[in-house]
Design a protein around this ligand. Sequence first.
Ligand code: AMP
Length: 285
Amino acid sequence: MVQRPKVLRTLPALRRSLARCRAAGETVALVPTMGALHEGHLSLVRLARRKSARVVVSIFVNPAQFAPAEDLATYPRTFAADLAALAREKADLVWAPESVAVMYPEGFSTRVAPGGPATVGLEDAYRPHFFGGVATVVAKLFIQALPDVAVFGEKDYQQLKVVTRMARDLDIPVRVIGAPTVREADGLAMSSRNVYLSPAERALAPTLHRVLVDCAARIAGGRPVKATLARGRDTIARAGFRLDYLEARHADTLEPVRSTRDGPVRLLVAAWLGKTRLIDNVGVG
Ligand code: AMP
């Protein structure tokens, strides 16, 4: 039988466990998640295990990153299955606050406000509450766990850049590492929210990745960015999605780019299928 990871429900319990690791000279990696774990999350755990002696996975559905009309109440919660999967991956600790009040006690009043080019547009244009909520909870997680390394998925590419910048700006001594997006066999990026898709929507969903790959190949082959993206947007809309954005950005700074001469390019997309919002991104070249 595989050993279950130790589940910590309160901050003092987390700190005691981590203090013991550090006293033994062990490095700590943190993998922040909202649970409903899939292969994408588990790939982060595997990477974390390669980078440090101990792996802490946090599971916390963070109300601060959901707008009132979003899916906080219905967000999938599969704690027992998550624990079983983390046991198979040999995660050491699971930081699962016993209540929202553990993270946001009565009177909680501070919010981290990320800025700079990485926060301009894309997700921020459609979910203006989002990065403040993410940066606040991730700053708290970093301060709570004081990890040597933290692993985030490239699936949420803008989030990875915002969190990296936040840690640097606040002098939090953690190395933020990005991990490649894990996909279903048909190319759809794995996401906890994919369970919302109806069978018909699920059949359509991989179109998003196909269009990204097609646009990336065209741009890498010398076609103009603007016209290529216009065509991509059109294909996505005609396939039945409601598009939020399809954009080309500098892969490091996320500043807008007009051509591959402006630096390494990343294509980022967000679009709705019915009530489900999908995001994805790919590199060019
Ligand atoms: P979430 O639980 O959706 O907030 O995601 C927790 C972490 O898992 C984030 O760093 C995500 O970027 C990462 N993640 C989610 N889906 C994937 C995926 N398909 N491939 C790689 N990482 C992912």
